[in-house]
Ligand binder design. Structure first.
Ligand code: GLP
Length: 267
């Protein structure tokens, strides 16, 4: 797992955007896994800027979102489909039929989940999955206790998640109690996972996911099993990492590998 600490949330999102920009340029038909929440908003703003000012071309790109509330209409102001349309898709030249968000109104939930998995496979699998993290360590809506290898499924939200997300709704009562979410197995099958977190309220979750034991009680810790997981945080979210010096050292070494290898140790 690579841990990169940036000075602030903007720098964190710009770095995450660089990974995506580089991927889209290198592989114009790439498959992106996307996340909602407040954390990646500056990332999407940067992608829009890159599209408008630097011609970043989304025409061939396919996207799959991590999750969607259930039940919820796609037109609901808090639906993740609407979030993605308003925050990214409406502003770039992606083909709408290539953007996928689980159907929050699916009548056959099991079929919708199986179909979502099938569509990801058909598209060639996820090249890069963007992730946020809940204060309880959830990724997507994989709450503590979720299977660490499961597929897309119907998840029951915890009280804590409902409470955290109540700010976007007219109070906790209005938050859907269920969600359709990629499973951790789906996420781990992605070729590159990029997890972002900012703010002091995320520091416990970040410490647990990076340095804690691999446990379903912190679903994000499953990223420890991933061959290419990049955790990008800012100073506040990094506040409880005990091996910070080492993570910075790794970044220095990777920035100048030949010199680093020759000298052996950090100067
Ligand atoms: C939501 C989403 C997650 C997201 C998390 C953090 O519940 N299902 O995918 O990562 O909460 O949200 P925020 O970025 O607003 O802190």
């Amino acid at each position: 797992m690579e841990v990169i600490v940036q000075p602030d949330a903007q720098a964190m999102c710009l770095l995450a955007a660089q990974f995506i920009v580089e991927l889209v340029r290198r592989k114009p038909h790439c498959v992106l896994g996307l996340a909602t929440g407040s954390t990646p908003i500056p990332l999407y703003n940067e992608l829009i800027r890159q599209h408008c000012e630097a011609g970043l071309d989304f025409y061939g790109v396919t996207t799959f979102n991590l999750d969607e509330y259930y039940p919820i209409a796609p037109t609901h102001p808090q639906s993740y489909r609407r979030f993605m349309n308003e925050r990214l898709f409406d502003h770039v030249n992606i083909r709408r039929e290539r953007t996928h968000v689980p159907d929050g109104l699916a009548s056959e939930v099991a079929a919708e989940c199986a179909n979502y998995e099938a569509r990801i496979k058909e598209a060639g699998g996820l090249d890069l999955q963007v992730l946020g993290v809940g204060t309880n360590g959830h990724i997507g809506f994989n709450e503590p206790g979720a299977s660490l290898c499961g597929p897309t499924h119907l998840a029951v939200l915890t009280e804590r998640t409902i409470h955290n997300n109540a700010r976007f709704f007219d109070g906790a009562e209005a938050v859907p109690k269920l969600a359709l979410t990629m499973g951790i197995g789906t996420i781990l099958a992605s070729r590159h996972c990029v997890l972002l977190a900012n703010g002091k309220h995320k520091r416990d979750a970040i410490a647990l996911l990076v340095e804690g034991p691999l446990t379903a009680q912190c679903p994000a810790s499953a990223l420890q099993l991933h061959p290419r997981a990049t955790v990008i945080v800012e100073e506040d979210a990094a506040g409880k990492l005990t091996r910070r010096e080492y993570y910075d050292h790794v970044q220095q070494m990777l920035a100048r590998p030949k010199e680093g290898w020759r000298n052996g140790v950090k100067r």
